[in-house]
Design a binder for this molecule. Structure first.
Ligand SMILES: Cc1ncc(COP(=O)(O)O)c(C=O)c1O
Length: 350
């Protein structure tokens, strides 16, 4: 067995509402705001696509995911050959790590970011070099100072999970100019929620930076977390190579059909984006804003000295949040849910 896997922890998902109800003896309904899911659910077009796809459960899925790739390619004006589909970005992150990393390689990323980048680097027996976040976003100046001849792969998360803040296109291009031809993965899982106008237009940057690998998912703004679909867009040559580590039928027919329908319903996505932006603004207009890091996502990160105490307080108020080393992360819910959460936070800090 690879000795390094003994130092890892098995991923601990947040507890379900049912588990916590039993554990805490709470009778009423609990609000699950711990996994940055889309509280509005997916487009109604997804239900119809699933009904149709249910007719073919006896057949293997299209291994190439051709129809979904065509829709993604048309949407972002990229070549189908540049797209790698995975069972969620979790699988895409695993495939990229498996394809790129050799034992002893160095990966570069930030402290307090999405844990899977480091998890797979450990499995591949690599060294992890990090720079601290600044104000909840990647500090690309600090990160570029750590690039060395041994750096094999760089992971950027924008906006960052669990903190929610983002870096601009200007910051990104200055960094990419330093990275040379090292593969730079740009995880944009929350991109659809961003309203900042200086957020990078990553797809437009691909021509100038062929080492850029963009990650997107259907789990967040498209509301399909249960169906597990994510993808990478990189140069055609690299994407061809990544396919050698892909399992033949990694994305199910139901998932392919649902993601395709979701991407085609951009007016529904706009509704989700607008609702989230309005609700996000309510947090920042409230008394608790001084405890929040800036957010361009569907969650807020509450900074506090006693993370466990705040998390327990919220649980007592039937709010399931996510304690992280950086603070307590809370998914932005529906208007009614946010009224309850903001009031609970105000009471706590009062
Ligand atoms: C930054 C980031 N990347 C990737 C993922 C994985 O997403 P999925 O596997 O659901 O596509 C998440 C999920 O929370 C995330 O926050």
């Amino acid at each position: 067995m690879k000795p390094q896997i003994k130092q890892l922890n098995v991923y601990q998902p947040g507890k379900t509402a049912e588990e916590l109800q039993t554990e805490l003896g709470i009778n009423g309904e609990m609000m699950k705001l711990s996994s940055n899911e889309n509280v509005y659910g997916p487009s109604p077009a997804v239900q119809r696509a699933l009904q149709q796809a249910l007719k073919n459960l006896h057949e293997y899925p299209d291994s190439s995911g051709r129809a979904l790739k065509q829709t993604i390619a048309a949407h972002y004006d990229v070549a189908e050959a540049s797209i790698l589909l995975g069972a969620g970005l979790d699988e895409v992150i695993m495939m990229l790590s498996r394809a790129i990393l050799r034992p002893g390689d160095v990966i570069l990323t930030s402290d307090q970011t999405f844990v899977q980048y480091q998890h797979h680097a450990v499995i591949e027996d690599c060294t992890i070099v990090t720079a601290p976040l600044t104000d909840g976003k990647f500090n690309l100046t600090a990160l570029s100072a750590k690039i060395s001849a041994d750096t094999a792969l760089i992971w950027l998360c924008n906006p960052n999970n669990p903190t929610g803040n983002y870096f601009s296109e200007e910051e990104l291009t200055a960094f990419l100019d330093q990275a040379g031809d090292i593969p730079v993965v740009l995880d944009e899982a929350y991109a659809e929620y961003v309203t900042a106008t200086d957020y990078p237009d990553s797809f437009a940057l691909r021509a100038a930076y062929p080492n850029l690998i963009i990650l997107r998912t259907f789990s967040k703004a498209y509301g399909l977390a249960a169906l597990r679909v994510g993808y990478a867009v990189s140069s055609d040559d690299w994407t061809y190579l990544w396919h050698h580590v892909k399992l033949p039928f990694n994305v199910t027919s139901l998932s392919l059909a649902a993601a395709d329908a979701a991407l085609q319903d951009q007016s529904y996505l706009t509704t989700v984006q607008q609702r989230n932006a309005v609700e996000r603004q309510r947090y920042f207009a409230s008394e608790v804003s001084k405890y929040l890091l800036p957010s361009q996502t569907n969650f807020v990160l509450v900074e506090t000295e006693d993370i466990k105490q705040l998390n327990d307080y919220l649980l007592d108020a039937s709010i399931i949040a996510r304690p992280t080393p950086a603070g307590v992360r809370i998914t932005i819910g529906t208007a009614a849910q946010n009224t309850v959460v903001i009031k609970a936070l105000e009471d706590y800090f009062a």
